[in-house]
Design a protein around this ligand. Structure first.
Ligand code: SF4
Ligand code: SF4
Length: 371
């Protein structure tokens, strides 16, 4: 496993980290973790040299932390780096902060967090955390040694990122970055801000929730012609890891095949060459010709009053846009429970307000229903 040196401590961090928001599921489309399969996945990751584990209060409807606590308690505490996050968006009062923090230590069966993040900061969440003294509380925990490194994850513009970076002393930051978002969501601008501030970067969504694991026949063929032995997903991981300010690239792996493929990518990782970058640009141009919904399957929109499984709908729609098989698309939509299909959307907008990708979900539901 390739590692990068975390400059502040001189420690080696695996260049591939395990994101714990897409662990194996007991039942497709439901959040419950398949404990047996997920334990095996963590074991393979650990034995494969991954030493960075990133979970959060929200993941798997609040069960990821306690699962990871059980999984990682089987290993020496100083043999891995543990990261979790303060769920700023659900805080109602300042007292929630210490209560949640204490519960997280309990969930994760630990007395300290190696990396601790303010979760999903944007302009409004940052304002909220400032008004509740969240940074001051966490800084206190850092001074006490309970937090080793303090940072934040981020979903907003480069300008907002600059404001947050200037406001406090941060040890690291986590941004969404991949070759599609480099321009589309200005990952380039965000990366530059962090680089200017000398803040180490952790990458999330390098494969964009699986979207970049299959670019469609034509674009896949371009990549395969250049490196027949590289998986399509590995191009996305290589792209993210090729950036020098990146400390680790998180991937939310859902099964052993994905994990083994990713471990293979990072076993003998070399940054993409100029020729490889040109090949990738060509494949991306082909991929972009297809319209698709930029959903990352984060499931922040899971409170839909109509119980519409929004990321699954978008996954099936994107697959249709790539392969244009109308029959399969129709059958896949009919597999969704009656009353929970795109046509059942009441346009309440709850999902859209939660979506970090700013997808116009109700409008898209209408469009898909019509299609
Ligand atoms: S707008 Fe539609 S899809 Fe979104 S939460 Fe409301 S009913 Fe569900
Ligand atoms: S629609 Fe938005 S909030 Fe819902 S899973 Fe996709 S990216 Fe996440």
């Amino acid at each position: 496993m390739k590692t990068r040196t975390y400059k502040a401590t001189g420690e080696e961090i695996s260049l591939l980290g395990l994101g714990c928001m897409r662990l194996p599921l007991a039942e497709p489309g439901k959040p419950a973790i398949d404990e047996e399969k997920a334990m095996e996945l963590v074991d393979i990751a650990y034995k494969g040299g991954i030493n960075y584990y990133d979970t959060a209060w929200f993941y798997h409807e609040r069960t990821s932390e306690s699962f990871m606590g059980r999984a990682l308690s089987r290993y020496p505490r100083d043999s891995f780096k543990l990261a979790t996050k303060m769920p700023v968006s659900i805080l109602e009062k300042a007292e929630d902060v210490p209560a949640i923090f204490a519960k997280q230590l309990e969930n994760l069966q630990t007395d300290h967090f190696d990396f601790y993040l303010c979760h999903a900061l944007n302009a409004s969440n940052f304002e909220k955390m400032e008004s509740m003294g969240v940074y001051e509380f966490l800084k206190q925990k850092k001074d006490e040694g309970i937090i080793k490194q303090l940072g934040f994850s981020f979903h907003d513009s480069a300008d907002v990122l600059r404001t947050i970076c200037d406001a406090h002393e941060w040890d690291f930051a986590q941004i969404q970055l991949n070759y599609l978002d480099w321009e589309m969501q200005d990952s380039a601008g965000q990366y530059k801000v962090l680089e200017e501030h000398g803040i180490p970067v952790i990458i999330m969504e390098p494969v964009r929730g699986g979207t970049l694991a299959d670019l469609g026949e034509e674009a896949n063929a371009v990549l395969k012609a250049a490196h027949p032995d590289w998986s399509i997903a590995s191009w996305a991981l290589r792209y993210a890891a090729s950036l020098p300010a990146v400390m680790t690239v998180l991937s939310g792996m859902s099964n052993n095949d994905q994990l083994l493929d990713n471990l293979g990518t990072f076993e003998s990782f070399e940054p993409l060459s100029e020729a490889d970058q040109a090949v990738l640009a060509e494949a991306l141009a082909i991929f972009r010709r297809n319209t698709f919904v930029p959903c990352t399957s984060c499931r922040y929109c899971s409170e839909c009053p109509q119980s519409i499984d929004i990321p699954t709908v978008f996954k099936r729609y994107n697959s249709y846009m790539l392969h244009k098989n109308a029959e399969i698309f129709k059958k896949n939509l009919e597999k969704l429970d009656e009353g929970c299909r795109p046509a059942d959307c009441i346009g309440c907008g709850l999902c859209e307000s939660m979506c970090p990708q700013h997808i116009a979900i109700p409008a898209k539901m209408q469009e898909i229903a019509a299609l």
